[in-house]
Ligand binder design. Structure first.
Ligand SMILES: *Cc1c(COP(=O)(O)O)cnc(C)c1O
Length: 247
């Protein structure tokens, strides 16, 4: 590494660390408004389209829980991110096709987007072989808004299927996840977040094997999600800047 490479890296780490501080401050303010402990909320830094060297800078800036929405993209950067101590943890945030389930288990610590009983069964089966004795952490994605463009369980289907999923032996079902609608104003996302929290409370009252995690809120609305109970917020642009337009 030349001196100017080192300077560039330091400037990049500083910029991400500042963005992280701003996000954490807004989380703390939102948590305080509703009497929650800010340390109960974790930031998942969403690194889709972010190159591996900037991901290294993000880890150096203190972001140690990272998310990608495609197995392929995570895999293409994995070799460039080897050997980081302690290793960050990786969450899958996008739809998982069943033929990529094995790869996903190798590359991710948490799969946030389990959206069918069939996928849960497959993950449980593969986890038994690939990581015996260590249940795979998953979240169940819920299509709270009944949005045709979104994946996830319909709430009624989740209530029907939950017991069957919780009976699977090699999964740790940490809680629920939702992707909100695109809204013009952050506050318009509130009903979606409140509905996910209500659903979680209702089903957990019946079956406490479902964990309490609520993954909801992104750059535009994470502070509203925190007010409504989010335990995981998934943040890309507020940390890394705008993404290049989809090709
Ligand atoms: C891209 C993405 C995010 C982050 O979105 P930002 O608006 O950049 O914060 C969060 N969740 C999912 C599922 C995503 O695909």
């Amino acid at each position: 590494m030349t001196a100017s490479d080192a300077e560039r890296a330091i400037a990049s780490i500083d910029a991400i660390a500042e963005a992280r501080s701003r996000v954490l401050a807004r989380i703390a303010e939102a948590a305080e408004r509703v009497g929650r402990d800010p340390s109960s909320i974790e930031v998942v830094a969403v690194t889709k389209t972010v190159p591996a060297d900037r991901i290294r800078d993000a880890i150096a800036a203190g972001l140690t829980v990272l998310g990608e929405n495609r197995v392929q993209e995570r895999q293409s950067k994995a070799g460039l991110l080897d050997g980081i101590v302690p290793p960050p943890s990786w969450h899958l945030l996008g739809p998982l096709q069943s033929n990529k389930a094995r790869r996903a288990i190798e590359l991710f610590d948490v799969i946030q987007t389990v959206d069918s009983v069939a996928l849960a069964q497959r993950l449980s089966r593969i986890a038994a072989e690939a990581r015996p004795g260590r249940p795979l952490s998953i979240l169940l994605q819920v299509n709270v808004d009944d949005d045709a463009a979104k994946s996830g369980f319909e709430p009624a289907d989740l209530e029907r299927d939950l017991g069957e999923i919780l009976d699977l032996p090699n999964l740790a079902v940490g809680g629920l996840m939702t992707v909100g609608r695109l809204v013009a104003h952050a506050d318009q996302a509130r009903p979606t977040f409140a509905a996910l929290r209500d659903l979680s409370e209702r089903v957990r009252a019946r079956d406490a094997r479902l964990g309490p995690a609520l993954s909801m809120g992104m750059s535009e609305d994470f502070f509203v999600a925190v007010e409504e109970g989010a335990t995981l917020v998934r943040i890309g642009r507020a940390l890394f800047g705008e993404r290049p337009p989809l090709g």
